[in-house]
Design a protein around this ligand. Structure first.
Ligand code: HEC
Length: 196
């Protein structure tokens, strides 16, 4: 009887042990990195960290003053690329898998003129104020075959803090316009001299 009990207990311990390890194997990793991008287990992109120390490639500007007061994105668009990907781009002219491109919006300082411009010691112009939102593109062909290999994410169009994670945006809201206007490579390279 004692022996039987012992054997039973042992079998139990083994079953529990195996169960746990099988379960661990079956569960997807809670986070998965590709390059500088980190996805949670739902497949949402986690807010990139440290991007203000990445390679700053340019700052397109489409202010209200030049768009009848109705610019969709009246802020500076500060664009950063993760350094590893930028290095590969310099060598090959192609953004590699794992590239992350961050576009952070930066409000203009309050203007003195109707076109929103103001005077500075350097002249009349537009000057950066506060952070106001973030859009991100990630090159991951396995996850995003339909966006020509790129996933698009919006972390909010408002002052920080931005949302902690974002799900991939629809083709209508993002990738469609990039595909029709920036071409197969999806990045508006012509607006960034360092990408020429
Ligand atoms: C109507 C067209 C259009 C839509 C829709 C659009 N974009 Fe863009 N996007 C552009 C243009 C044009 C640029 C470059 C010039 C600029 O920033 O003004 C750009 C730039 C970017 C950049 C910087 C890299 C690059 O290609 O220049 C990122 C990142 C980005 N967009 C992400 C997004 C995300 C995320 C969405 C959806 C939430 C989105 N875009 C929707 C037109 C669009």
């Amino acid at each position: 009887m004692k022996m039987l009990l012992k054997a039973g207990a042992l079998a139990c311990v083994m079953a529990v042990g195996m169960g746990v390890s099988l379960q661990t194997l079956a569960q997807p990793p809670s986070k998965e990195n590709i390059g500088a991008a980190v996805f949670n287990k739902k497949g949402n992109l986690i807010l990139p960290e440290g991007f203000r120390e990445w390679v700053f490639i340019g700052a397109p500007l489409t202010p209200h003053g030049l768009n009848n007061g109705k610019a969709g994105f009246p802020e500076f668009h500060h664009v950063y690329v993760n350094p590893d990907a930028f290095r590969v781009y310099q060598q090959t002219g192609v953004f590699p898998e794992g590239t992350v491109i961050v576009k952070e919006l930066v409000l203009l300082q309050k203007g003195d003129y109707p076109d929103g411009s103001k005077l500075a010691p350097s002249g009349r112009g537009y000057f950066g104020g506060e952070f106001q939102g973030m859009d991100v593109m990630v090159k991951d062909t396995r996850r995003f075959p339909s966006g020509n290999g790129w996933g698009f994410f919006n972390f909010g169009h408002h002052a920080p803090p931005y949302v902690a994670s974002a799900e991939a945006a629809s083709a209508d809201s993002c990738s469609g316009c990039h595909a029709s206007n920036a071409g197969q490579e999806m990045v508006f390279k012509k607006y960034y001299p360092v990408l020429q």
